[in-house]
Ligand binder design. Structure first.
Ligand code: SF4
Length: 353
């Protein structure tokens, strides 16, 4: 085994006593993930069209018609990302598997030095084993398949596509059969938040996922349109998510990702190190290619979309935190966001980064 593998494993065994290190060993082998290196991601939107019509999508119906990004623009963006030190390429859409150049994009990203090339997909096309193999052979080594519930009844309703759940179960199996990294994204709303513990069990035990991201909905596009049916005060998710975390602990699973996405720290003050993108500092913002060919700093873009509740003035993290989506505050007000008093926050999970 190369020194890279041995060095990583030594580091992990020294630092973490209570986790299953086989899962980490797999990751190091599969994607050469340097465990102690901070993730630096170049996110590239390769299209806007989609073969689902998720009720919670932040795109609106007209956004789906945006033209596909051309291959040259995508390559330029990936190049710029490498120049900024990115070593993970995240290929997103729309639905990226519908981009005609998807294989070429992954090959190019690997060729210019990205260690990890990830596709963020609704998984429908990956139910075809040959197609999943084609993606892996082209250069993808991380597969984020969106799964929004632990059963077909709720998932199919949320993605507005009958039979979608059984197809993505097959897709997940195909990814695992190829020994590739499998992760999942789940967008939280009124229809699925109560089932987190069941979802955690299905994802970690039945599917054998390597990582999981819980995304609190952005009230834009389709989600804004469907807000009456789907809206959920963010504070209601906390207890259920923490019950799910117990399952990660019981399974001794390593935490590989900043799995809480679009949650302000005051809701999970003991979990600060697993909250993604909460800091307003634009110097740490990763690049994002938008539909239409413009590359933006993700942190700057999110700062423009957020607002601070009045209570933030008394918060220990006020100078670092960007606040909350403006649409959220418009819909629910500010009462859920209580200032954090203690600057010395303890992190509940030890993490891999
Ligand atoms: S600054 Fe405001 S939104 Fe951010 S953690 Fe503190 S109270 Fe919450």
């Amino acid at each position: 085994m190369p020194a890279f593998y041995e060095d990583n494993l030594k580091y992990i065994n020294k630092r973490f006593k209570n986790i299953d290190s086989r899962a980490i060993g797999d990751r190091i082998k599969n994607i050469q993930w340097p465990i102690w290196k901070k993730a630096k991601v170049c996110e590239v939107t390769v299209n806007s069209i989609c073969n689902n019509r998720c009720l919670f999508c932040y795109n609106s119906e007209k956004d789906f018609n945006f033209p596909e990004a051309d291959f040259k623009t995508i390559c330029r963006s990936l190049y710029e990302g490498r120049a900024q030190g990115c070593w993970i390429a995240a290929i997103i859409g729309g639905e990226p598997s519908l981009n005609k150049d998807i294989g070429k994009i992954a090959s190019f990203a690997r060729k210019i030095g990205y260690d990890c090339v990830k596709i963020c997909t609704n998984g429908l096309k990956l139910s075809d084993k040959a197609y999943t193999r084609h993606l892996a052979e082209s250069g993808f080594n991380m597969f984020d398949i969106s799964i929004h519930a632990h059963n077909g009844k709720i998932h199919d309703k949320l993605v507005n596509s009958k039979g979608a759940f059984s197809l993505i179960m097959k897709a997940a199996e195909n990814v695992k059969d190829l020994s590739m990294e499998l992760g999942t994204n789940q967008v939280v709303n009124k229809l699925n938040y109560k089932d987190f513990p069941e979802f955690f069990k299905m994802a970690y035990i039945d599917l054998g996922i390597n990582y999981y991201n819980i995304i609190y909905s952005h009230y834009r596009g389709m989600m804004w349109k469907n807000k009456i049916a789907l809206k959920l005060p963010i504070a209601k998710t906390v207890g259920k998510i923490k019950k799910g975390f117990k399952i990660i602990e019981e399974l001794k699973m390593p935490v590989f990702s900043r799995m809480l996405v679009n949650f302000p720290p005051c809701l999970f003050p003991d979990y600060l190190n697993i909250i993604a993108d909460w800091e307003s500092d634009e110097s740490i913002g990763d690049p994002l290619l938008l539909p239409g060919g413009e590359t933006v700093n993700m942190s700057q873009m999110k700062n423009e979309q957020a607002k601070k509740p009045a209570s933030c003035e008394k918060c220990a993290l006020n100078d670092r935190c960007r606040g909350v989506d403006t649409e959220y505050l418009e819909l629910f007000g500010e009462k859920e966001f209580k200032p954090i008093k203690n600057k010395n926050i303890k992190n509940y999970f030890k993490t891999m980064f």
